[in-house]
Write a protein that binds this ligand. Structure first.
Ligand SMILES: [Zn+2]
Length: 425
């Protein structure tokens, strides 16, 4: 071993010692740091707002959800929970103060929050959601139950939509997320004037302006009213404005000249939203009104609700041979209507019963002499069958004088609101 080798060995050893010392120090310092961290946790001041019991307890809460089934009562649901009879009586008594228990709907949601301490379970909170807009909160306080109801904050939103009809009104509006109840209402508004099977064509336009309500997280909660609605057919446009008189005595839809949308009879006594246009329908021939066929046919899916075209009295609700299950309504001494090939009658519909316009009287079927599910609709004037689609019915209410002036003002306001919305879109 020469001197150089000896020298390098010393340097190497020195280096090794330095490295290991440094390594040792790092580890020790790390440990100290860890210890310091631990120490700082230990010295955190205790949260004195909470009471700590001296012995160690294991407590946790858990949630159970219930949904009201058909024919079930509120007390039957409570019996499914861990509440005892006295508690159930107390909760029913309290809840009655806030909710009409007889009016709770099927599907009403009820939640219980329980706590378990050392194996003992007790329900601390019961939450009832009677509708989308409110919640009723029952909570245990000093071994007694107390009740509180909260109204959820709702935020109105105005919506303006314009669509071109493709296959059906329903499909076209669903594509732009129009709520179903608004679509149904929209169609109903025009069912006095428009034959939704023969007059609607591909490319016709719809304009709709309505209100809806969202919760604070912008989730849709419920719809408000339609404020303006328009259908542009190939040769005519129908527009309707919502109008409320001062004391809300009169609420309705009127055209730009103040004529009510509502007429004595409907042109389409069936919800027209899902009806397809007559051309292109090959499966079920849609017959026109002629010498042989004195009525109007609406091809619609089996089970589609059929409405009373106007107020009146049911004078026939039975089997009519070729007409299958049929209904005849007498509206007054002049007018009657007939609905044939029904699958069945609506609940409570029988001869002698009075019905309201728009009320469901039966469901589309294919009974009697029929090639496929459709409604055969007839209008009879003084005993003579007439073409319901060519019928000029006297218009309903026409706004006059003060009401007309108020209507004009509200129409202008609506139009301003609508154009503001359009320009902001
Ligand atoms: Zn027919």
């Amino acid at each position: 071993m020469n001197i150089y080798n000896k020298f390098s060995l010393i340097i190497l050893s020195g280096l090794l010692i330095t490295i290991s010392t440094a390594y040792y120090l790092t580890i020790s310092y790390g440990d100290i740091k860890k210890y310091q961290n631990l120490n700082s946790i230990k010295t955190q001041p205790l949260d004195t707002s909470k009471k700590y019991s001296p012995e160690l307890k294991i407590a946790y809460t858990y949630k159970k959800k219930y949904e009201m089934q058909e024919g079930e009562t509120f007390s039957q649901i409570l019996r499914k929970t861990e509440l005892n009879d006295n508690e159930i009586q107390e909760i029913i008594r309290l809840t009655k103060e806030k909710v009409d228990l007889n009016k709770l709907n099927i599907g009403t949601k009820i939640e219980t929050l329980s706590s378990i301490e050392n194996g003992d379970l007790s329900i601390q909170n019961i939450i009832i959601y009677p509708n989308k807009e409110s919640e009723v909160f029952i909570f245990r306080n000093d071994n007694k139950f107390k009740i509180k109801s909260n109204q959820l904050m709702l935020y109105p939103e105005l919506v303006y939509q314009e669509v071109e009809i493709q296959n059906s009104i329903f499909e076209s509006l669903t594509n732009v997320d129009t709520p179903e109840s608004i679509i149904m209402e929209f169609v109903q508004l025009f069912s006095f004037d428009i034959d939704f099977q023969r007059e609607i064509r591909q490319g016709n336009r719809i304009k709709i302006f309505y209100k809806k309500f969202n919760d604070e997280k912008q989730n849709f909660v419920k719809t408000g009213s339609i404020m303006f609605a328009e259908i542009q057919l190939h040769n005519h446009a129908y527009e309707l404005y919502r109008f409320e008189s001062e004391n809300k005595k009169l609420v309705g839809y009127f055209d730009s000249k103040g004529k009510s949308a509502t007429k004595a009879l409907m042109k389409t006594p069936i919800n027209g939203a899902r009806l397809s246009s007559s051309f292109g329908v090959r499966k079920h021939p849609i017959l026109g009104y002629n010498k042989m066929h004195r009525g109007t046919d609406f091809a619609a899916p089996e089970g589609t609700p059929v409405m009373a075209s106007g107020d009146g009295k049911i004078i026939r609700a039975r089997w009519c041979g070729g007409g299958g299950n049929c209904i005849k309504i007498k509206h007054n001494s002049t007018y009657s209507t007939v609905y044939a090939h029904l699958k069945n009658f609506a609940r409570g519909i029988r001869e002698g019963v009075r019905v309201k316009q728009g009320q469901t009287i039966g469901y589309v079927g294919s009974t009697g002499m029929s090639t496929g599910p459709h409604l055969h609709y007839e209008v009879i004037i003084n005993g003579k069958k007439v073409n319901s689609q060519k019928l000029k019915l006297p218009s309903g209410k026409i706004l006059k004088n003060k009401e007309r002036k108020l209507f004009e003002v509200s129409k202008i306001k609506l139009n301003v609101l609508k154009s503001k919305l359009i320009s902001s879109q």
